[in-house]
Write a new protein. Structure first.
Ligand code: NI
Ligand code: MN
Length: 227
């Protein structure tokens, strides 16, 4: 299983030939200017919420690849009704669904969600995914919240992708607590540095995780790791 970072909160997970893309925001991200979205192949596009910095390139990539958009009901309906996307899979909080690659559960996030044209974007979420006998948690944009303990108790992720940039989401300190709540010491960082509001001292962030006995993985844009 390979995980590639495309900047901000956008990751591509490749497993047994299935390509799952999360929250594509590339053409609007100056830091990701070397990434060409025409090179990104995706079978599924998972969207945590409706904000522009999570959905900007979803339409183009979905249409180019005939990919299926998986998100909350409101966001999937918007893509189908307003954007002419044929393949959508709507979910809502607490629901799990088996796909050909594994199982996806849509879980709580504490944040907001509106689509780029002002349409109501439902409630924001995260994803707990079971794939290749591994479990991982993609938190989306969220505050630290107590429901993360349910994930730790019942899903026990092998690794988690958590926001660390503060201001709009958890910062480093709360991300460390979140990783305790979800019961994993292996954390991949997202939602940092893209905008001045979320500029992050990454060396300090890594030190804080290390001091807590945890590993914070910070990928360069375009970098991949094997999981
Ligand atoms: Ni957001
Ligand atoms: Mn965001």
């Amino acid at each position: 299983m390979k995980l590639t970072f495309f900047g901000h909160s956008c990751f591509l997970l490749e497993s047994n030939g299935t390509r799952i893309l999360f929250d594509p925001f590339i053409t609007g991200n100056e830091l990701a200017k070397d990434i060409n979205i025409d090179d990104i192949k995706a079978d599924y596009i998972l969207l945590s919420h409706g904000h522009m910095d999570h959905v900007l390139d979803a339409e183009a990539i979905a249409k180019a690849n005939n990919a299926t958009i998986v998100s909350n009901f409101e966001i999937v309906s918007w893509y189908q009704e307003k954007k002419g996307i044929e393949n959508g899979h709507p979910m809502n909080h607490g629901g799990s669904k088996s796909f050909d690659f594994g199982t996806v559960k849509f879980v709580n996030a504490v944040h907001s969600s509106v689509l780029p044209d002002g349409t109501y974007g439902g409630n924001p979420g995260g994803f707990v995914i079971q794939i290749e006998n591994k479990t991982f948690y993609y938190a989306g944009d969220t505050a630290l919240h107590m429901d993360m303990k349910l994930i730790g108790e019942y899903d026990q992720p092998d690794f988690s992708i958590l926001p660390i940039g503060d201001n709009f989401t958890m910062g480093v300190k709360d991300a460390i607590i979140a990783s305790d709540f979800v019961g994993t010491n292996n954390v991949v960082a997202m939602h940092f540095d893209t905008f001045p509001y979320i500029a992050t001292d990454l060396e300090n962030a890594k030190e804080q995780f290390t001091a807590a006995g945890k590993d914070l993985i910070i990928l360069n844009i375009g970098e991949s790791i094997e999981l």
